[in-house]
Design a protein. Structure first.
Length: 258
């Protein structure tokens, strides 16, 4: 277990929070690899701790977005209808596999999730342009069923790797709900992440895969990091930052998959 309020974890939390504040993505995508590669944290513990870290930060984000009416709660409900059962099933599977096999499975899943996130960041516009017309032709019932299915995929990915609720979720929602404002998509995506990361994180706690001292340190650093980045974000070229972030995620993914 880490020392309570370890300054190195505080600095790491600040750095990741700063990047999230600038780009809107990268929380789970960066924090879990940082914990694994920079600090040598066990993959299961890194994922479990990061899930509760995400729950804390996104609870605050949900509160702000709700004040500004940027959350489509029925949409959040459809996502949760798929994601929460999927998260529970994945937790049962991890418990059944045992520590050794589960660690290897989590590491491989994390590598795949990071690569998919990088692709979503780099090619979001092209993906939306390519499939927007086909999705627009679908009926509302089909859209709702696809939303539940997408929630199930996100629930599995987030539970196994702590990655997927940001760039992947937002890209899919923009594709399925093109008439929604981007701020409403982001707000709904953040709100959906709260119960998902809470349940997934609680499952990792039950398996003994959470470091609460590390969690407190990360949260202490991330809050001022996000606030500072949010204040200067309009003056920073977001396209450059997203490209750099995607390249870093691809490199980390390759390292995990090796």
């Amino acid at each position: 277990m880490s020392e309570f309020l370890n300054p190195l974890f505080v600095v790491s939390g600040f750095g990741v929070g700063f990047i999230v504040g600038l780009t809107g993505v990268g929380g789970g995508s960066l924090m879990t690899p940082v914990l694994i590669f920079l600090f040598g944290v066990h993959p299961g513990t890194a994922v479990g701790t990061d899930l509760l870290y995400a729950c804390g930060t996104k609870t605050a984000g949900t509160w702000v977005h709700n004040i500004h009416h940027n959350i489509d709660w029925p949409l959040v409900g459809r996502l949760a209808l798929g994601s929460l059962p999927a998260a529970a099933l994945c937790l049962l599977g991890l418990s059944w596999l045992g520590a050794g096999a589960a660690s290897a499975f989590v590491t491989r899943t994390l590598g795949i999730a990071l690569a998919a996130t990088a692709i979503a960041i780099l090619f979001r516009r092209q993906i939306l342009n390519r499939y927007a017309t086909r999705v627009a032709a679908l009926g509302m019932r089909t859209i709702h069923l696809l939303t539940i299915a997408m929630g199930a995929c996100l629930g599995a990915l987030v539970t196994l790797s702590s990655v997927g609720a940001g760039a992947l979720g937002a890209t899919a929602l923009l594709l399925l709900y093109p008439r929604h404002e981007v701020s409403r998509i982001i707000g709904s995506d953040i709100a959906h992440a709260v119960p998902l990361t809470l349940i997934a994180g609680a499952g990792h706690v039950a398996m003994g895969q959470t470091d609460f001292g590390m969690l407190a340190s990360l949260l202490l650093g991330s809050v001022p990091g996000i606030m500072l980045a949010s204040s200067i974000a309009p003056r920073v070229p977001e396209r450059v930052l997203r490209t750099v972030l995607a390249c870093v995620l691809l490199l980390v993914s390759a390292r995990l998959m090796a």
